[in-house]
Design a protein around this ligand. Structure first.
Ligand code: ATP
Length: 139
């Protein structure tokens, strides 16, 4: 089991509704910035990164938790990792059937290639659905 004295990162994930996830003794955080995935461990230099629609993986006590983060920013300072995002969902709050239906809808829209379809909007809806399915391990 990890010793929190050697892995004392503090993680806070905030949405406009307030803190969605807070933890001490975190060993590692993995997130995806617009230029790729990166990992944060104790002693990381200060950083601000713009996040995409992707899981944030938090490793604590040897176990990994995945949290759905829909854009936003990650800031590292003094072994504190702060994520501020317009939308954050914990796996246990995600309705898998709804996300599967949203995925199907978005894929059908993208496949139709109709002039009436807003492709960017359909792609973003697909990205949101895939993220929900990924963090609930339903893909
Ligand atoms: P849908 O087409 O199913 O509404 P969406 O990606 O368009 O999906 P959003 O616009 O991202 O939905 O979210 C609208 C609200 O619905 C938010 O509060 C979001 O947390 C919630 N929500 C969307 N999909 C799910 C889901 N599968 N499970 C739980 N809450 C969801």
């Amino acid at each position: 089991m990890a010793d929190t004295l050697t892995s004392p990162m503090h993680v806070e994930i905030m949405s406009p509704d307030g803190a969605v996830y807070t933890a001490d003794g975190v060993e590692m955080v993995v997130a995806r910035a617009i230029d790729g995935e990166f990992a944060v461990m104790k002693g990381h230099l200060p950083l601000v990164a713009a996040l995409t629609i992707a899981p944030v993986r938090v490793k604590k006590d040897g176990k990994e938790k995945q949290i759905a983060v829909f854009n936003g920013f990650l800031e590292i300072n003094d072994d504190r990792v702060n994520i501020v995002s317009p939308q954050v969902e914990m796996a246990e709050d995600i309705d898998v059937a709804r996300a599967q239906a949203a995925k199907k809808r978005a894929e059908e829209r993208l496949a139709s290639k109709s002039a009436d379809i807003d492709t960017d909007r359909a792609q973003l809806a697909l990205n949101r659905a895939l993220l929900r399915l990924r963090v609930t391990k339903s893909l």
